[in-house]
Design a protein. Sequence first.
Length: 130
Amino acid sequence: MNTKFYTRRDSATTVLRKAGITPRDYDLYLTKSGDGVDLNLDLLAIHKATTDGKHDVPAKAEMMTSELVVAPAKQMTKATVSSRARGLILAGKSNDEVWAAIKSEFKLSDGKKHYPSWYRAQLRRQGKLT
């Protein structure tokens, strides 16, 4: 095994960083030896050969990680007072119809009866409603 001794781990990790090795993989190339660390030059040469001088993950490791990548789950959107009121207003409902729908669905008190008119004004300001 071809190794190079470094008295400071930081010096060895600098070599690895310049070779394009990710920090999480440093321990694969380094072994503690006395008062310092040994850098495995054989593994480093293999890495350089498989990446063709690119600072990238070797093809074999790339294949392994690409199999583990999973598409993010589609987020479930929860209906809110705001989204429901805006949707009903854009569908052409009057303020009274919107209020009746959101009051029963979200159990709102009569103190919030101004919501439909506020959302209608907001949609006008945004240019979504004429």
